[in-house]
Design a binder for this molecule. Structure first.
Ligand code: MN3
Length: 200
C-alpha cells in the first residue's frame, strides 16, 4: 500500500506572518511530497511495503537509511501540519496542569523547548513528548522522532517543531531562535490536547 501526501489542513498563507506562504508551499508540496515519494520507492517490492508507518518507526534501527529517513519525514510532517493553526488559543485543563507540574509555567516550557530546538546541531526536530505519563522536552536529529526504537529519549510526541533550515530560512535566514519564538503564536492547542489525551 503506497503512502500519500495529506492535504494541508489550512491555506498556505494561513500562518502568516509567523510562517510565510512560500515556505509553507515549498515545505508541504515539495519537501513532504519528496519524503512520501522516496518512502514509496524505498519500500516497493520489499516486506516493508505491508507495514504501517508506525511499525516502520518502531523498527527504524533495523531499516535501510532510505526507509528510516523518509518514513520519519512523512510521519513528522503529517504531525507538524496538524499541530499548527492560525487560531491557536492557549493550553487549558489537564494539559495546562501537566505543563505547570512538569515545567512550572508555559514560559518555562517555551524556554526549554526553544533551547532544545536551537541547540540541535544541523537538521532535526524539537519535541514535547509524554514519557511515563509525564511531559518532557527532547530533540532528534535528521527525520528521526521519539517513536523510533533508535531515539535517545523515547515517548509519544504531542507537539513538535521542524528545525531544518527549509522550515524557516526564507523568512528567518540564520535566526532559528526567532522562528522558534514565533511558532508559539500558531500552536493548535486543541490538537495538542487531543494528542496529550491519547498519549496518557
Ligand atoms: Mn521539514
Amino acid at each position: 500500500m503506497a503512502f500519500t501526501l495529506p492535504p494541508l489542513p489550512y491555506a498556505y498563507n494561513a500562518l502568516e506572518p509567523h510562517i510565510d506562504e512560500q515556505t509553507m508551499k515549498i515545505h508541504h508540496d515539495k519537501h513532504h511530497q519528496g519524503y512520501v515519494d522516496n518512502l514509496n520507492k524505498a519500500i516497493a517490492g520489499t516486506d516493508n511495503e505491508n507495514k504501517t508507518l508506525e511499525e516502520l518507526l518502531a523498527n527504524a534501527g533495523k531499516l535501510p537509511a532510505g526507509v528510516r529517513n523518509n518514513a520519519g519525514g512523512h510521519w513528522n510532517h503529517s504531525f507538524f501540519w496538524e499541530i499548527l493553526s492560525a487560531n491557536g488559543g492557549a493550553p487549558s485543563g489537564s494539559l495546562a496542569d501537566a505543563i505547570q507540574s512538569a515545567f512550572g509555567s508555559l514560559d518555562e516550557l517555551k524556554a526549554k523547548f526553544n533551547a532544545a530546538g536551537a541547540s540541535r546541531f544541523g537538521s532535526g526536530w524539537a519535541w514535547l513528548i509524554v514519557k511515563d505519563g509525564k511531559l518532557e522536552v527532547t530533540s532528534t536529529p535528521n527525520q528521526d522522532n521519539p517513536l523510533m526504537d533508535v531515539a535517545e529519549t523515547k515517548g509519544t510526541p504531542i507537539f513538535g517543531a521542524d528545525v531544518w533550515e527549509h522550515a524557516y530560512y526564507l523568512k528567518y535566514q540564520n535566526k532559528r531562535g526567532d522562528y522558534l519564538s514565533a511558532i508559539w503564536n500558531i500552536i493548535n492547542w486543541k490538537k495538542v490536547q487531543e494528542n496529550f489525551d491519547k498519549a496518557k
